[in-house]
Design a binder for this molecule. Structure first.
Ligand SMILES: Nc1ncnc2c1ncn2[C@@H]1O[C@H](COP(=O)(O)OP(=O)(O)OP(=O)(O)O)[C@@H](O)[C@H]1O
Length: 802
């Protein structure tokens, strides 16, 4: 079959080459046709005067002694007899015109587009004229020619005279509407224009008359003024530039005095011109009217949430207070005690303190100290363990100096930590008012502020921490934040949970918020091979989205969606509202250990490129070792969260800084998005709360299915150029139609239109090539489409069936 496509390809260019004329040949052939048409013209014209005389000569064409009266002698008489007498009568003259323009086009090497149309219309005209002359000038049959006469005769036998008249009228209507684009609208517009032109002319005349009456007076006045100006400028004798300006002002003032003479005339002219201008503007406005703004005007902006218009966001009472009602309780005694211990310990090492201040957070209290002049910061930093020992407390962290403050911070855990409930952060005005694309309320900082960040800005998040330190709760906090803020149309989750227990709850919101592979039953992915497929599928989704962004001429998903909502992107071109996709991977270490590069490569690719198109990754791992959090992953995850880890090395692996080893656990975490490290108490949301939320959402009306990701077929599925009909893809026919309609043989087109994965679309393209529908691969260019229209495609399919 490969042979078949090759041979078909090699024959087509040859044919084309043989048909091509050189420029000189075109000139020669063009002029020949033009001259032939001129000869025909004269022959036809003279035929009308000489036909009777020449009639008898027609049978003696070869007799050289006989001479015809036609301007082109025997040839003229014979060809005119054929075209005019036996043909179409006077309408045969149209052929001379058609020949002439065909020759002219060839002569000037103009493109042939539109020529066929002219010939078709020419023939229609010829038939219509000869038929009508055959009907109306029955007594002079030469005008309609034999064709006109016979046609008329034939039709009268069947539809009678009235029928022929009606048929002629219908023909005239077709010609007027299709050829001259003459519709009732055009006619009325023409009359309107004509009317306004006449009235304008009329008014102008009037104006001209009034003007001429006053003109004489005005001219005299003007001349006088000019004289004044001239004498004035001469007297002053100043540089040319200045003279000019002064002349202007001078004349202006003088003219201003002459209200009665100049202004009425000017006003008249303005009044006449204004209505005309207004009319034009309205017309232009209609023409350039943007379809998008009209659609928005008619239907309003596109609302992606409309399909689930009655969707209710989870209510706040689904979340627990966890026993915390009045915020943090301050234990004055504890504060005083800690302060004294810090001062004393530092005194023991001969470090004097000028000032001390305490900020009480939910889990830790920050003591900010200003040391006395001359104390080296490194000295305090080195005393970390000693201070911890003397305070008899775990989890002491010394920040020396606090960035941007010039003080030294000592974080001391509170004896009784206050739980930061998810409820308190969700209800905080900071979260409620957050104008972010993907707002996440992580918890509260040391100064008791709600910490809200935008996942879209991070743009990916790495979470690590030893087991039991609050990672799963952290993940739930992230997902809960998004569930409380986003409509199902705006965000979709891809959940990967190798442990099979952590995220199973979210199954209930599969048809609202989850995305999955087309052929999979469960939306939550627990199987390793499925993980690889899903990651690759997301890469395909990413490529598809980039293609859409490119087509829409925008740089990121936000701009794209704004444009789509404003109805500036046509869904028929494959455009659609793009929800954000948040990929959550729990137990990333497990995956890397078992699948290695197969997982790392697509993740790295997504992490590098997916931010602009709205795919964001959240990766959680228990084991923050370097073979899990590799350099390539770290480089693409600037936002990282460390829960408590067991060693300084782990802390460095996650944060590139130590400190995570000194956390106290239970949701105590460090967050970094570059340089600064912020200590946060993660908001607490437990399993029953999550269950209630997903129950609340899951019980509402949902989409028919989870959001489907593009299909990914493993690398192993080979491609062949066998034109085996039974092996063809199920969507082969649809794909062929898409390609033929668009006349563009590209796999990405099939991908977009039929929502397929890259590999499958690629396979279909190969099958189309094998079937001779598209040409072979041509590098960056789209393949050639060999089938020109749907009818031809239909023929191919029908032939294959036989
Ligand atoms: N933000 C928090 N506030 C209060 N307590 C918390 C918080 N986060 C976690 N905890 C406590 O720590 C326990 C363990 O948390 P979590 O299940 O999130 O740990 P994990 O890191 O996911 O552990 P594993 O890796 O074994 O799954 C919770 O059951 C809870 O009691």
């Amino acid at each position: 079959m490969a042979k078949k496509s090759k041979s078909s390809k090699s024959t087509t260019p040859k044919k084309k080459a043989s048909l091509k004329l050189s420029k000189q040949n075109k000139i020669i052939l063009g002029s020949l046709i033009m001259l032939f048409s001129v000869a025909l013209f004269f022959a036809f014209i003279s035929f009308f005067f000489t036909w009777q005389d020449d009639q008898s000569l027609l049978s003696e064409f070869s007799n050289r002694n006989q001479e015809a009266k036609n301007l082109l002698n025997k040839f003229g008489a014979a060809i005119s007899h054929l075209f005019v007498y036996k043909g179409f009568g006077i309408a045969a003259l149209i052929f001379t015109f058609l020949f002439f323009i065909s020759g002219l086009r060839l002569f000037l090497s103009l493109t042939k587009t539109g020529l066929l149309r002219k010939w078709i219309w020419g023939l229609v005209f010829v038939i219509w004229i000869s038929l009508s002359l055959g009907f109306f000038a029955e007594k002079r049959p030469l005008l309609g020619g034999l064709v006109g006469y016979e046609m008329n005769d034939f039709m009268q036998d069947y539809i009678g005279k009235l029928g022929v008249v009606l048929l002629l009228i219908f023909g005239l209507v077709v010609i007027l509407v299709r050829l001259f684009k003459l519709t009732p609208d055009h006619i009325s517009e023409y009359y309107k224009n004509k009317k306004s032109a006449i009235s304008k002319e009329f008014n102008e005349k009037d104006a001209a008359e009034t003007y001429s009456e006053e003109e004489i007076e005005a001219l005299i006045q003007k001349e006088e003024k000019q004289k004044v100006v001239d004498t004035y400028t001469h007297k002053k004798d100043i540089p040319v530039m200045e003279t000019k300006t002064e002349t202007k002002t001078e004349t202006k003032t003088i003219i201003d005095k002459d209200f009665e003479v100049t202004i009425p005339v000017e006003e008249d002219v303005v009044e006449e011109e204004l209505p005309m201008e207004v009319e034009k503007i309205v017309e232009e406005g209609e023409e350039t009217d943007n379809l998008a703004s009209k659609l928005v005007e008619d239907y309003g902006e596109f609302d992606p949430t409309l399909e689930l218009g009655n969707y209710k966001f989870p209510t706040i009472d689904l979340l627990d207070q966890h026993g915390v009602t009045g915020g943090i309780t301050i234990n004055q005694e504890e504060l005083e005690e800690n302060k004294n211990k810090i001062v004393e310990t530092l005194k023991n090492y001969k470090i004097g303190i000028a000032q001390i201040k305490a900020t009480i957070g939910p889990t830790v209290t920050l003591y900010e100290i200003v040391p006395e002049a001359g104390v080296r910061i490194s000295k305090i930093k080195n005393l970390e363990d000693d201070i911890a020992l003397s305070l008899a407390a775990l989890g002491i962290r010394i920040i020396a100096p606090i960035p941007g403050k010039g003080t030294i911070g000592i974080e001391v855990p509170n004896k009784n930590a206050t739980i930061v409930s998810m409820r308190s952060v969700i209800t905080s005005s900071k979260f409620q008012k957050a104008e972010m694309q993907l707002p996440i309320a992580f918890g509260k900082t040391i100064s008791n502020e709600t910490f809200v960040v935008d996942l879209a800005k991070m743009p990916h998040l790495l979470m690590a921490g030893a087991t039991g330190q609050g990672k799963s709760v952290g993940l739930n906090a992230v997902l809960t934040s998004l569930l409380y803020k986003k409509h199902p149309a705006e965000v979709k989750f891809v959940l990967i949970d190798p442990k099979k227990v952590e995220l199973t709850l979210f199954n209930k919101i599969e048809r609202h918020f989850l995305a999955k592979l087309p052929d999979s039953e469960d939306a939550i992915i627990t199987d390793n091979t499925k993980v690889i497929h899903t990651l690759n599928s997301l890469c395909i989704e990413m490529d598809n989205r980039y293609e859409l962004l490119k087509m829409a001429l925008v740089r990121n998903i936000k701009e794209y969606n704004v444009k789509f909502k404003a109805r500036k992107l046509n869904p028929n071109d494959g455009h659609m509202f793009l929800p954000y996709i948040v990929l959550v991977i729990d137990e990333f270490a497990d995956l890397i250990m078992t699948a290695g590069k197969e997982v790392e490569t697509p993740i790295a690719r997504l992490a590098q490129l997916a931010r602009a198109i709205g795919i964001h990754l959240i990766i959680a791992t228990q084991r923050p070792s370097v073979n899990v959090i590799t350099g390539i992953i770290k480089a693409n995850f600037p936002a990282r969260i460390a829960f408590r880890v067991t060693s300084k090395i782990d802390s460095r692996t996650i944060l590139d800084a130590q400190g995570a080893d000194q956390l106290i656990g239970r949701g105590d975490m460090l967050y970094t998005q570059g340089n600064d490290v912020t200590r946060i108490q993660c908001a607490f949301v437990d399993t029953p709360e999550v269950a209630k939320i997903v129950e609340f959402i899951g019980s509402q009306r949902a989409y028919p299915d989870a959001h489907l990701l593009p299909e990914y077929v493993g690398e192993d599925s080979g491609t062949s150029l066998d034109n085996n009909i039974t092996d063809r893809d199920a969507l082969f026919r649809e794909a062929a139609e898409v390609i033929v309609i668009a006349q563009q043989g590209s796999a990405s087109l099939i991908q977009r239109k039929l929502k397929l994965g890259y590999n499958r679309a690629g396979r279909i393209i190969d099958q189309l090539e094998a079937a001779g529908i598209v040409g072979p691969f041509e590098g960056s260019k789209a393949r050639q489409v060999y089938v020109t229209d749907m009818a031809a495609l239909e023929v191919i399919f029908n032939n294959e069936k036989k």
